[in-house]
Design a protein around this ligand. Structure first.
Ligand code: GYE
Length: 335
């Protein structure tokens, strides 16, 4: 870091340095050494600008840690910027990374739409972009090098398949309430679509209420409270992530009902708190979504920087957990 300051002062124009400071100011939670790190072009060390969604969930916290730790381990200079859930902050951060001429830009788009202009700016500046965790809906696939992350539609399908099996041979109506992720976010859109596709095969499954809980515990709790008041009979809760499910559990218990028994609960992520609730019988099934994308992201960054071709799509390996499987997996769960 220290020797880099020398390089920086020689190499950077005042304008570029101002850009770096802007990102430093934007960064809500500090990750890499923002201002004063090396810019791209020249030395061997790769500089990566990373714009994170925010800190809305246990998943996100684990994802941030994975990215920061693997950047350090790979010797990559990380400029980390927290967008605090706002697309406009991500666009500002990306523009600032372009101004600093980082080697690679990586980001996890808060929503799917509205990225074409800024991605074109990165492309025109010859800075490769790697989409991490969430994708964009841009038609022009040349605007980014690769997308590493989960198949969220498949996750939704896995949740639906468990439900279909659970109620196999029964004909009574099954009333489902759904807590959706952030509106417009790929995991919210896709987890909803995948689940709906599987359960529509049997008309006994009815989604009686579906609303966003913003991927947070607080909103999950609040919205579940409202569902409990407005819905006379709830059999199942499908929450697009563990945190919303955990918030909802509080609401269910406060209403004098037993989560996991009176209301069956399916969530996505499998972070430690979710797995603890699953092992304790308060959640019935969790579809895993791995946040540990850091090591693969750093490998991809090195390849992209070296001019090697990379796959357009890199899929994350994931599983599912029943209550019994959670008990076995819990002691080794790191996040
Ligand atoms: O499931 C949720 C987080 O984009 C896969 O975002 C990620 C999702 C994750 O807030 O907990």
């Amino acid at each position: 870091m220290r020797y880099l300051e020398d390089v920086v002062l020689k190499k950077w124009s005042a304008a570029v340095l101002a850009g770096a400071l802007a990102v430093g100011a934007l960064a809500g939670c500090g990750g890499g050494d923002d201002a004063g790190s090396s810019g791209g072009g020249g030395d061997d060390k790769i500089t990566m600008g990373f714009s994170q969604v925010g800190a809305e969930s246990g998943w996100r916290t684990a994802n941030t840690k994975s990215i920061q730790e693997s950047a350090a381990a790979a010797g990559i200079d990380l400029k980390f910027s927290d967008a605090q859930g706002k697309q406009e902050n991500q666009i500002k951060a990306i523009r600032s990374f372009i101004a600093q001429r980082v080697d690679v830009i990586a980001f996890s788009p808060v929503v799917e739409s509205g990225w074409d202009t800024v991605l074109k700016e990165a492309k025109d500046a010859n800075i490769p972009v790697i989409l991490t965790d969430r994708s964009v809906d841009s038609q022009d696939k040349t605007l980014y090098k690769t997308f590493i992350g989960s198949d969220f539609v498949l996750e939704g399908k896995k949740a639906g398949e468990w439900l279909v099996k659970e109620y196999e041979g029964k004909s009574d109506p099954v009333n489902i309430v759904e807590l959706q992720g952030t509106p417009g976010a790929a995991p919210a859109n896709d987890r909803k679509a995948g689940f709906a596709e599987v359960i529509k095969a049997d008309p006994k499954f009815k989604i009686v209420a579906s609303q966003t809980g913003q991927f947070t515990r607080t909103d999950g709790k609040e919205v579940m409270e409202a569902f409990l008041k407005s819905q006379p009979k709830i059999d199942v809760l499908y929450a697009h992530n563990d945190d919303m499910g955990l918030g909802a559990i509080e609401a269910i218990e406060a209403a004098g009902k037993k989560p996991g028994t009176d209301i069956k609960i399916i969530t996505v992520d499998a972070v430690k708190d979710g797995m603890t609730a699953l092992a304790a019988g308060k959640i019935n099934y969790i579809v895993e979504c791995s946040p540990l994308l850091g090591p693969q992201l750093m490998d991809l960054a090195k390849k992209v920087k070296a001019g090697e071709t990379v796959e357009q799509r890199v899929l994350t390996q994931e599983t599912t957990f029943t209550q019994e499987q959670a008990k076995t997996a819990l002691p080794d769960r790191k996040y």
